[in-house]
Design a protein around this ligand. Structure first.
Ligand code: PAF
Length: 287
């Protein structure tokens, strides 16, 4: 591997270097002087492309990780049916000018059963964490590992769509003094407002139409912002309740750091709902 950043790149094909092991990753990245990493579980879509573009705009070298992290799936969650689309992912990465795609097998990331994990603190047990015990510990553990496995990862980019994930990652980086800047990237939406998600592909036609109630409800809540927190929740709740295909798990107003909602000023409105068998989440900033 004498040619950094082109290792494992098929002859005659431009695009990212595809690497599977830590050793190859170190060799391919060399000394970048601080690169940008976009962590994903594959099945890349426009939301990931936005994260990659933000990384591209900020960093000389961009690494995308594609790793379906088994530890963050609870019993009965969709690990086996989680889409694996590496060829299409590589095409998207090539089109977005990614330098390296790191797609390791599970044994390359978890070298035997781990006894030490990252505790997400109290926020890890709330909202998504309430219905997915252990989820955020597993997410933080793999993000922490990737920040060390990817050499010189000084910038990491995460979508605001998974707002609680973004918040606990920021908190981990702050509280554990990790040498990495976390960049939030605004949610990418379909024309009717539905947030782009790998899970949208599971929705049937009628479910897909019903799912539009999530962004419509959030927007109604945002519009009610000047009337105060109760009005925000009432407006968003009315829209969600009027859609029989949507089974709301939670609709909450919190502070921007997901602490208690302020009486006035910036806040975050978050929703989780089941649409058919698919659980969807979304959020928007409210003032
Ligand atoms: O958001 C995701 O796709 C995953 O939770 C992440 C951050 C890549 C960790 O596995």
């Amino acid at each position: 591997m004498s040619e950094p950043r082109t290792a494992n790149r098929p002859a005659g094909r431009s695009g990212p270097a595809l690497v599977r092991t830590r050793a190859d990753l170190s060799q391919v990245c060399g000394r970048s002087g601080g690169l940008g990493v976009v962590m994903t579980m594959g099945a890349l879509h426009e939301g990931h492309a936005a994260n990659i573009r933000a990384a591209r705009a900020c960093c000389g070298t961009v690494v995308v990780t594609v790793f379906v992290n088994p530890t963050q799936f609870g019993p009965g969650e969709d690990l086996d049916r989680y889409p694996r689309t590496l060829d299409a992912d590589l095409e998207l990465c090539a089109a977005e000018g990614v330098d390296v795609v790191f797609a390791p097998p599970v044994a390359e990331v978890y070298r035997g059963p781990a006894q030490v994990t990252v505790h997400p603190g109290p926020l890890g047990a709330e909202l998504e964490g309430a219905s997915r015990p252990g989820h955020f510990a597993a997410v933080l553990t793999v993000v922490h590992k990737m920040l060390h496995i990817v050499p010189d990862a000084r910038h990491a980019f995460f979508g605001e769509k998974d707002y609680q994930q973004l918040t606990v990652i920021r908190r981990m980086v702050h509280d554990l003094d990790l040498d990495c800047r976390i960049h939030p990237v605004p949610t990418v939406r379909e024309p009717d407002g539905l947030a782009r998600s790998s899970r949208n592909r599971y929705l049937s036609g009628p479910e897909r139409r019903a799912a539009a109630a999530l962004p419509t409800g959030l927007r109604a809540g945002v519009a009610a912002g000047p009337s105060g927190p109760a009005a925000v929740l009432a407006a968003a709740g009315a829209v969600l309740d009027s859609e029989p295909g949507v089974d709301t798990d939670y609709l909450v107003l919190r502070g921007p750091d997901l602490g208690p909602a302020p009486g006035s000023g910036p806040a975050r409105l978050l929703v989780a709902a089941r649409v058919g068998a698919t659980r969807l989440i979304d959020n928007m900033p409210v003032t």
